[in-house]
Design a protein around this ligand. Structure first.
Ligand SMILES: Cc1ncc(COP(=O)(O)O)c(C=O)c1O
Length: 398
């Protein structure tokens, strides 16, 4: 179909929730994408930290097509082998005791919030409040926009669910003051992704963990963006030596196939009883077949080491751009990196120019450019990106 026709249909039919860029991708191969004119792009966005194995990955394609031919969906009132195998991998190779599978990050966070509340309900304790961070992002459902510490995402949807409050991120004293007796769980991102790839300060997260322990509150970490290897470890919290009670995963878990997960340990893992929560599609055989490939790549190859090494290289190459007065910061861990710009230069303008040059990068919150490429990105591709950005910035007169 002609691209103009696609745009016309989209403008006519789709709810007006997206400002789309003027490109229609039709296929991908490795770390490259191809648009409807045949133009090639190197992908440093990865479908926003999702397409972690790149495009047309032979193992992923074989697993999905093989499973599609056998059994796509079956109700969760029956057993299914790919699900049992995936959950065994998620439990045996992590600190967690149990898993529940859903379809997205927001749903994983909903499940985490419900699990924390059920834990205190079972104990007969009135501790339903979920303490979250300002500038966080946890999803688009009513509960998760309320947990999200950015009122632009929640204000139009009032009345919002009760039982959420917020404290400034990376401010331990403020967190301590907000940890009142009604707080049952603290919910944080180890790196605030959507609001500009802002990492938790080491002491803040470690002290927050100790505070949860001393107050008997659960710690929920939203690793929807940072989990399944993105930062060079299976979970980002491993960089901090802490052990949260509940963690959520989604984006990278299915390498593009929709799947989310909530993982819990200890008493929190026993809080749900049959009927307390559920999902029609969550953990269906097709989604689990995809996630099994991702887990195998992470567990049985040197992928985590490569993420760590190439992440450091990407950070080093981007850091050279700090010589420009409009580059405010370069930060991130593993293959989740960001370049923050000063007010003088708009991130969307840079992302647009880079798209024209054949590089897909993401303009995210607080005038930041986010880099979340497939884990398979190569040093040569990083060099090509950095050289092109350097050339663009050298020719930017402000
Ligand atoms: C940290 C975090 N949590 C939750 C979500 C929501 O995930 P989804 O869009 O799959 O519902 C996102 C999405 O960007 C995210 O970055």
């Amino acid at each position: 179909m002609d691209f103009n026709k696609i745009k016309e249909l989209d403008a006519k039919n789709y709810l007006t929730v997206f400002n789309r860029l003027n490109v229609c991708f039709v296929r991908g191969e490795g770390n490259k994408l191809y648009d409807s004119t045949g133009k090639e792009y190197v992908d440093f966005m990865g479908g926003v930290a999702v397409n972690c194995l790149g495009y047309n990955h032979p193992g992923l394609v074989a697993a999905i097509s093989g499973q599609a031919a056998r059994l796509i969906h079956i109700s969760n009132i029956f057993y299914n082998e790919p699900q049992a195998v995936l959950c065994e991998k998620l439990v045996e190779n992590t600190i967690f005791d149990r898993v529940m599978l859903v379809n997205s990050g927001a749903e994983a966070n909903e499940a985490a919030i419900k699990l924390a509340r059920k834990y205190f309900f079972n104990k007969g304790e009135k501790r339903s409040t979920i303490l979250c961070a300002e500038n966080s992002f946890h999803g688009r459902t009513l509960a998760t926009v309320t947990a999200t510490g950015q009122s632009k995402y929640s204000a139009p949807y009032a009345p919002l669910p009760g039982g959420f409050k917020h404290a400034p991120y990376n401010d331990f004293e403020a967190l301590k003051a907000a940890m009142t007796d009604d707080v049952g769980a603290l919910m944080l991102e180890c790196i605030q992704g959507e609001s500009g790839v802002v990492p938790a300060v080491y002491d803040y997260l470690v002290n927050a963990y100790a505070l949860c322990k001393s107050r008997g509150a659960l710690m929920i970490l939203d690793e929807v963006q940072t989990g399944t290897g993105r930062t060079g470890k299976m979970f980002c919290f491993e960089h901090f030596g802490i052990q949260p009670d509940i963690v959520t995963l989604a984006k990278g878990l299915g390498a593009g196939f929709p799947i989310g997960a909530v993982l819990a340990r200890g008493e929190a893992a026993a809080a749900f009883k049959p009927g307390d929560h559920g999902s029609t599609f969550g953990g269906n055989p097709l989604a689990c077949a995809a996630a099994n490939v991702v887990m195998d790549e992470l567990l049985n190859t040197d992928l985590l080491t490569r993420i760590e090494r190439n992440g450091r290289y990407l950070n080093a190459r981007l850091s050279k751009l700090k010589k420009h007065n409009f580059v405010a910061d370069v930060r991130g861990t593993g293959l989740l990196q960001a370049l923050a710009l000063s007010d003088k230069l708009k991130n969307a303008e840079v992302a647009g120019k880079m798209l024209h040059r054949g590089f897909v990068i993401n303009a995210c919150g607080n005038n930041t450019l986010r880099f979340a490429p497939p884990y398979t990105i190569t040093k040569d591709e990083i060099d090509a990106l950095a050289d092109s950005l350097a050339d663009l910035f050298a020719n930017t007169n402000i």
